[in-house]
Design a binder for this molecule. Structure first.
Ligand code: AMP
Ligand code: ZN
Length: 473
């Protein structure tokens, strides 16, 4: 079994994956700021971490997956003002969209902490930083983190020189250093606020993730994830806050960052106006094809949005589901294997090799993209060697290999993967058999009618000469 290697953004080296308390793994991913629809760029990051969780589960780890919801932020307030709406409405509308869409993508996050539910904890954390001398209160009632009190600032992002530490320009005059950043922002007229020891205000952006992750995972976080757009300043600031507050280094064992989803070379983002809403993409491609495509590149590399890429994923999806469903029905009808001929032995070994290679790619910093080649290879072996084999052993191995792969990529429903069962299966077989007779008698109108009606029921027939195979969508 290959050891799992992980590339850590901090240090940019491959390290052996050793969580603090195996088999438990804590994983915190920066989730959405809920002021607009979830788009497929977000989906890339969410699907990657979901697939990492699924792979780690396959390897026997027990992953606790947290993904926060930023439900108070400048962008939310600006949107509420622009649309003359209550900011709570904006938050509820887009939180619902996010929750619905990730559910359709088969992503099951264990906990979705929301910032506004943790204001007391945020205040306590900031007070702790002030008490330890890492933060100060400005005359306006805002509180800033004093970057000069943390000696490893810039290491995560590789921005070693202070000139590269630009933070938000707002209120620069009241900061001790221009690169200090806000932990607490004093109230502005007409904006939401909470009371605090420093007066009314609201949390700055970065503090929420330090507070909510330590609340739920303790002093050590195994995996901290998010898109590469968050490395600076968000994660750099989180690291400074948490390591000074906890007096512990490292706070995070492995920093993992996804490459951006691009459209014509530009980041897909709301502000650039080039987004494809996840809901729309799900309607067009369905969750499984979309997932295969989102996992078709190394997670740290950028991924370009192209229809060709998605069509490729669709072809692979068809091969996987078709070969799986057909094998499943055949295996039930075959006698157990008591003997394998030389050719079958070679095919069996080939499938085992493919599984091993697939695993090796995934254990090498979760390289779903490189590993996908082995899904193509596996279906290739199916169409060449397994499809017409009478060997129960071969088909069973093929099925379990597809199931393992599906447990990570999730390219078909686990429950529905097996298609209709029992009596339903037999009835479809019978109808297909009757249709075969009709075709032999050249009664094509009726045969086509059967195909159409079954198609409407989600059962797709594929004629191959006189024989017909069927799959259920
Ligand atoms: P946001 O709502 O913009 O804060 O983003 C939520 C999560 O999605 C963060 O982890 C971001 O890094 C990630 N994200 C946003 N845009 C993209 C993109 N175009 N490609 C990949 N990840 C993204
Ligand atoms: Zn965060």
């Amino acid at each position: 079994m290959p050891e799992i290697k992980v590339k850590n953004t901090l240090g940019r080296r491959l390290e052996t994956f050793r969580p603090e308390n195996p088999p438990q793994v804590s994983m915190y991913v920066c989730g959405p700021t809920v002021y607009d629809y979830t788009h497929i760029g977000h989906a890339r990051t969410y699907v990657v971490f979901d697939a990492i969780k699924r792979y780690l589960s396959l390897k026997g780890f027990d992953v606790f997956h947290i993904q926060n919801i930023t439900d108070i932020d400048d962008k939310i307030i600006d949107r509420a003002k622009a649309e003359s709406r209550d900011w709570h409405d904006i938050v509820e509308e887009y939180t619902r969209d996010y929750m619905e869409q990730i559910e359709k993508l088969g992503i099951h996050v264990d906990l979705h902490p929301r910032v506004t539910h943790h204001i007391n904890e945020i205040i306590e954390f900031i007070q702790g930083l002030i008490d330890k001398g890492h933060a100060y209160v400005a005359p306006s009632g805002s509180v800033y983190f004093s970057v000069d009190t943390y000696d490893d600032y810039g290491a995560l992002s590789g921005r070693i020189s202070k000139e590269l530490w630009g933070q938000e320009e707002e209120f620069i005059s009241e900061k001790k250093s221009p690169y200090d950043f806000a932990l607490w922002k004093s109230r502005k007229p007409g904006e939401p606020y909470w009371n605090s020891p420093w007066g009314p205000g609201r949390p700055g952006w970065h503090i929420e993730c330090s507070v909510m992750s330590t609340r739920y995972t303790g002093e050590s976080l195994d995996i901290h994830g998010g898109g590469s757009d968050l490395i600076f300043p968000h994660h750099e600031n989180e690291r400074a806050q948490s390591e000074t507050f906890l007096g512990k280094r490292p706070w995070v064992k492995y920093w993992l960052h996804t490459g951006m989803l691009l459209v014509s070379g530009e980041k897909m983002s709301k502000s650039l106006g080039n987004i494809i809403p996840l809901k729309e993409a799900l309607g067009k491609w369905g969750p499984h094809v979309l997932r295969l495509w989102l996992l078709s590149a190394y997670y740290r590399s950028p991924l370009d949005y192209t229809e060709t890429g998605l069509e490729q994923a669709q072809r692979l999806h068809e091969r996987l589901v078709h070969s799986y469903q057909v094998s499943l029905r055949r295996v039930e009808k075959l006698e157990p294997s008591y003997y394998l001929d030389t050719k079958d032995i070679a095919t069996l070994k080939r499938i085992l090799d493919i599984r091993r290679e697939w695993d090796r790619e995934l254990s090498n910093d979760f390289n779903f993209g490189a590993a996908m080649r082995w899904l193509w290879e596996l279906t290739g072996v199916y169409y060449k060697e397994v499809e017409h084999s009478e060997s129960n052993a071969l088909l069973a191995l093929y099925l379990s290999s597809i199931e393992d792969m599906n447990s990570v990529y999730y390219f078909m429903e686990e429950a529905a993967a097996r298609g209709p069962i029992g009596l339903e299966n037999q009835l479809i077989d019978l109808i297909v058999e009757v249709r075969k007779e009709l075709r032999k008698k050249k009664m094509y109108d009726l045969a086509d009618h059967i195909r159409r009606v079954l198609g409407e029921m989600g059962i797709k027939l594929m004629d191959k000469g006189e024989e017909t195979e069927w799959v259920k969508d």
